[in-house]
Design a protein around this ligand. Structure first.
Ligand SMILES: C[C@H](O)CC(=O)SCCNC(=O)CCNC(=O)[C@H](O)C(C)(C)COP(=O)(O)OP(=O)(O)OC[C@H]1O[C@@H](n2cnc3c(N)ncnc32)[C@H](O)[C@@H]1OP(=O)(O)O
Ligand SMILES: NC(=O)c1ccc[n+]([C@@H]2O[C@H](COP(=O)([O-])OP(=O)(O)OC[C@H]3O[C@@H](n4cnc5c(N)ncnc54)[C@H](O)[C@@H]3O)[C@@H](O)[C@H]2O)c1
Length: 721
C-alpha cells in the first residue's frame, strides 16, 4: 500500500482547525509536509470560521523531525537549495506570530524539528510517556527550526543546553515539570483538551504565550555566561573533534545577548554551514547504516515471523556468559546459567549481580528493576532445565572439542525448535556443529565485552543456518537493545577480522622505533577511545597471545609477528587484569604510562631488528594514523570482497559499535572512501615496498583505486550471505 503523505486540515463546529501531519512511520518533515503546513496555516489564518488551531501528528506520533533523507540528498548533490526555508517563514511568521492561537497536541514523540514546531505553538498538551528532545547534534547539525532559542526560553538555559548538547530526550512527564508541556492528559483526551485549550486562549481565558518572546527563564547575563562556560567545557570533553557542539553554544549565546529573533537568524546560517560538514555526512550515514542492518535479504523479506524467545540457557558464567545473562535478564527474558561446579556457578551468579549493581549505582537501572530481573535468573549444574528453553547460548572457554561435545549434548536435551548459538570468537561454526544433526539451528551470537554494555551483536551465519533462526536471533538482539549485524563465517567474523591489523601495525611502528605512548595518543586524537596499546592492556595480553596463532594460520601472509606481547607477559604484565601492562592501573585513577615498560620494547626492537640502519624512523602524526588504519581498511576490503557482510555500511556500523571507530567519521569504509581509495592504495603500496607484505594492497583495493570506484560501491561485491 502506498504511503499517505500530506497535511490535512479539518475545521470543526467549535471553530478549531485541526491540522494533521501524515508521513508514516514517524511523520518526518519532508518537503511536501513543510509546504503543506505553510499552506494550511495560511489558510487557517485567513478563514473567518477558524478561531484557533491545533497541530497533531497522524497515528499517535507527533513528529520525528526534519526528513533526514534530505540531508543525504544534500550530501550527495552538494545542493543546499534542497533545504527548505523554515525557521522564519513557517515557524516564526506563520506559526508563532499567528493572530490565532495554536496548540500542539503531542502524542508518541516530538523530536528535532517536531519538537521545534511544538515549541512554536502557544501551548502544548501531551499524552503520558511521549518522547521529547532535540537530537540534531547526533546528526552533525544543530536544531534548525528555532530550537536553540525556544528550548532555553521554555525550560531554562542549563536544562536546555544539557538536553541539546547530550541529545538527551525527556518524557512528557518531565516536560510538564519543566514547563515545556502545559498539560498532561490521557491519550484519548489529547485532541479534545488541545481544542479546548486553543479556544481558551482565543477567548482570553488562558494566556497567549509566544516562546521566543519569553525571558523569564533565561536569568541574568552573568548567570547565562556562567552556564555557557560550563557548556563549552562539556563540549570540549565530549566532542573534541566535532564542530556542531561549539557552534550550537555560539548560536544560543547570540540569542541571549541580542534577543531570540537574532538567535533564530544566526541559527539558520550556522545550520546550513554544518549540513555540509564531513561530520554531518558521517553521522547521517551512520543513522541510515544502522537501520539498514535490519534488512537481510532472504531472511527479513520472505514473510517469516520471529518466534517468541522467553527462556534462554547460557552455558559458562565467565566474563562473557555473565554479561550475556545480564543483558537477557534486563529485557525480562528468563535465564538459566549453567556452570561446571558450584564454585564457578557462584562466581557467575555474583558477576551477574555485580553487573546489575553497577548499573544501579550509575543511575542506569532502578533497584526495583534489578530485583525483578534477578528474579528471572537461575543457576544450574546440569541440563534438566534445558528441556523447555527457546535458545541456548554457549560461552565456555575457546576449545573446539569442548564446544563440539556441548553441542552434541544439548542437541539431545533441548527441544527440536531450540536455537543453538555459540559466542565463539575464533572457531568455525561448521566445526562446532560437526557432531550434531542440527546444523540449521546452529548460529553464532558474537557479543562484545562487556556484553551487557557493548551495543553490537554479530550474528554469524554458517552455510547451513536457517533463515528462521537468523530472524529469531535478530529479534532477540533487538529485544536486548543490541544492534544485530548478520555476518558470514570466517576467522574473526567481520569486526575482529577487520581490526586484527590494528594492533599489529602498532607493534610494527613501535618496533620501528616510534614511541608507543605517542602512537596511542595520536590514535585517540583521531577519535578512537583507546589507542592500540591501551586496548591490548584492557583485553589482557594472554588473549592476544592465544589468538595470534589462530589468525596466523589463516591470514599468515599478511601478519606482522612481534615478540612484544610474549616479552610483556614474561615480565609479569598482563594488562589491566593484573594492574600492569604498558600502563599502570590503580584503583580510582586514570591509567598512567609506565616508562619502565620501555626496556621490554627495547628488547623487542633488538629481536625484530627492523629499524632501518638500526635507527628509529621519523614519522608525522598523519603517517602514524595511515600506517595503523590503512592496513585495517585493506582487511575491510577483503571482508567486502569475500562477502562477509551484506553491504559495506554493515561494516561501518560494526566498526562503530564493536570497535568504537568514531561515528562522526561514518565507520571504517565510509572514512576510507572520504580519504580516497586511490590515495590509500598508493600509500600502502609505498609502505609495502619499504616495510614488507604486511602493507601489501589487496586486490579489491587495487581494483577500486584503478577504476576510480569507491570501496562502498556494490558493483563487484559478492555477498556470501
Ligand atoms: C531542522 C531540524 O532541527 C533538523 C531535524 O529535525 S533533524 C531530525 C531530528 N530527529 C531525529 O534525529 C530523530 C531520528 N529518528 C529516531 O530517533 C527514531 O527513528 C525514532 C525515535 C523517531 C523512531 O524509532 P523507531 O520506532 O525505533 O523506528 P526506526 O527504525 O528508528 O525508524 C523507522 C523508520 O523511520 C525512518 N525515520 C525515523 N526518523 C526519521 C526522520 N527524522 N527522517 C526520515 N526518516 C526517519 C527510519 O529511517 C526508519 O526507516 P526504515 O524503516 O526505512 O529503515
Ligand atoms: N573475552 C572476550 O572479550 C570475548 C569476546 C567475545 C567472545 N568471546 C568468547 O566467549 C567464550 C567465553 O569467553 P570468556 O572470556 O567468557 O571465558 P571465561 O574463561 O571467562 O569463561 C568461561 C567459563 O566457562 C565455564 N565452563 C567451561 N566448561 C564448561 C561446561 N562444560 N559447562 C559449563 N560451563 C563451562 C568455565 O568454568 C568458565 O567460567 C569464548 O568462546 C570466547 O572466545 C570472548
Amino acid at each position: 500500500m502506498a504511503k499517505k503523505i500530506g497535511v490535512t486540515m479539518e475545521v470543526g463546529n467549535d471553530g478549531v482547525a485541526v491540522i494533521t501531519i501524515s508521513n508514516p512511520p514517524v511523520n518526518s518533515l519532508a518537503s511536501p509536509i513543510i509546504s503543506g503546513l505553510k499552506e494550511k496555516f495560511r489558510d487557517a489564518n485567513q478563514r473567518i470560521d477558524v478561531k484557533a488551531i491545533v497541530l497533531i501528528g497522524n497515528n499517535g506520533r507527533f513528529s520525528g523531525g526534519f526528513d533526514i533523507n534530505v540531508f543525504q540528498q544534500v550530501h550527495k548533490t552538494g545542493d543546499l537549495s534542497l533545504m527548505p526555508e523554515v525557521s522564519v517563514e513557517l515557524v516564526c511568521n506563520l506559526m508563532e506570530d499567528s493572530r490565532k492561537p495554536l496548540v500542539a497536541a503531542v502524542e508518541g514523540l516530538a523530536l528535532g524539528g517536531g519538537l521545534e514546531l511544538a515549541m512554536a505553538c502557544h501551548a502544548r498538551v501531551a499524552a503520558p510517556k511521549a518522547q521529547l528532545g532535540l537530537p540534531e547534534l547526533t546528526l552533525g547539525v544543530i536544531p534548525g527550526f528555532g530550537g536553540t532559542q525556544r528550548l532555553p526560553r521554555l525550560v531554562g538555559l542549563a536544562k536546555a543546553t544539557d538536553m541539546i548538547l547530550l541529545s538527551k530526550s525527556i518524557s512528557s512527564e518531565e516536560g510538564q515539570k519543566l514547563g515545556l508541556i502545559d498539560a498532561l492528559v490521557p491519550p484519548g483526551d489529547v485532541l479534545s483538551t488541545s481544542r479546548k485549550w486553543a479556544l481558551d486562549i482565543a477567548e482570553g481565558r488562558k494566556p497567549f504565550l509566544r516562546s521566543l518572546h519569553r525571558t523569564d527563564k533565561i536569568g541574568s547575563l552573568s548567570e547565562a555566561r556562567a552556564i555557557l562556560k560550563t557548556s563549552r567545557q562539556l563540549a570540549k570533553k565530549i566532542a573534541p573533534n566535532m564542530p556542531q557542539h561549539h557552534a550550537c553554544i555560539e548560536v544560543i549565546e547570540e540569542g541571549i545577548i541580542h534577543g531570540g529573533y537574532s538567535g533564530v537568524l544566526k541559527e539558520a546560517e550556522v545550520f546550513k554551514q554544518l549540513v555540509l560538514s564531513d561530520t554531518a555526512k558521517g553521522l547521517v550515514h551512520v543513522f541510515f547504516a544502522q537501520r539498514a542492518t535490519s534488512k537481510v535479504p532472504n531472511v527479513t523479506d520472505v514473510g517469516l515471523k520471529p518466534r517468541p524467545i522467553k527462556k534462554v540457557a547460557v552455558i559458562g558464567g565467565g566474563l562473557m556468559g555473565s554479561g550475556i545473562a545480564t543483558a537477557l535478564l534486563l529485557s525480562n527474558i528468563r535465564v538459566v546459567l549453567k556452570e561446571i561446579n558450584s564454585e564457578y556457578l557462584m562466581k557467575g551468579i555474583k558477576s551477574v549481580e555485580a553487573n546489575m549493581k553497577g548499573l544501579v549505582s550509575r543511575g542506569k537501572l532502578t533497584q526495583d528493576k534489578a530485583g525483578k530481573a534477578l528474579s528471572l535468573f537461575k543457576g544450574v549444574l546440569d541440563y534438566t532445565e534445558f528441556k523447555d528453553v527457546d535458545m541456548v547460548i554457549e560461552a565456555v572457554i575457546e576449545n573446539i572439542q569442548l564446544k563440539q561435545n556441548i553441542f552434541k549434548e544439548i542437541e539431545k536435551v533441548c527441544s527440536p525448535h531450540c536455537i543453538l548459538a555459540s559466542n565463539t570468537s575464533t572457531i568455525d561454526l561448521d566445526v562446532i556443529g560437526e557432531k550434531t544433526n542440527s546444523k540449521d539451528r546452529i548460529v553464532g551470537a558474537h557479543f562484545f565485552s562487556p556484553a551487557h554494555l557493548m551495543p553490537l551483536l554479530e550474528i554469524v551465519r554458517s552455510k547451513n543456518t536457517s533463515a528462521q533462526v537468523i530472524l529469531d536471533l535478530m529479534a532477540v538482539g533487538k529485544a536486548i537493545k543490541k544492534v544485530p549485524v548478520v555476518v558470514g563465517n570466517c576467522i574473526g567474523f567481520a569486526v575482529n577480522r577487520t581490526f586484527f591489523p590494528y594492533s599489529q601495525a602498532a607493534h610494527m611502528l613501535a618496533n620501528l622505533g616510534v614511541d608507543l605512548f605517542r602512537i596511542d595518543s595520536v590514535i585517540t586524537s583521531f577519535g578512537l577511545p583507546l589507542g592500540p596499546f591501551q586496548l591490548g592492556d584492557l583485553a589482557g595480553h594472554g588473549i592476544g597471545l592465544a589468538v595470534g596463532p589462530i589468525y596466523a594460520k589463516v591470514y599468515g601472509d599478511r601478519m606482522f609477528r612481534s615478540p612484544m606481547t610474549e616479552l610483556l607477559l614474561k615480565s609479569g604484565r598482563n594488562g589491566k587484569i593484573n594492574g600492569k601492562g604498558y600502563y599502570i592501573y590503580e584503583k580510582g585513577s586514570k591509567p598512567k604510562p609506565d616508562p619502565s615498560v620501555l626496556s621490554v620494547v627495547e628488547e623487542s626492537r633488538k629481536l625484530t631488528n627492523i629499524m632501518p640502519g638500526g635507527k628509529p624512523i621519523s614519522v608525522s602524526d598523519k603517517e602514524i594514523v595511515e600506517m595503523i588504519l590503512f592496513p585495517v581498511v585493506n582487511e575491510a576490503c577483503r571482508v567486502l570482497d569475500e562477502g562477509v557482510v551484506i553491504r559495506a555500511s554493515d561494516l561501518d556500523i560494526a566498526s562503530v559499535l564493536g570497535m568504537s571507530f568514531p561515528s562522526y567519521r561514518g565507520g571504517i569504509v565510509f572514512w576510507a572512501d572520504t580519504v580516497g581509495p586511490k590515495y590509500i592504495y598508493e600509500r600502502l603500496k609505498r609502505l609495502s615496498e619499504t616495510y614488507g607484505s604486511f602493507f601489501k594492497p589487496s586486490r579489491y583495493l587495487e581494483e577500486r583505486a584503478m577504476n576510480g570506484m569507491l570501496l562502498s560501491e556494490s558493483k563487484s561485491s559478492r555477498s556470501r550471505l
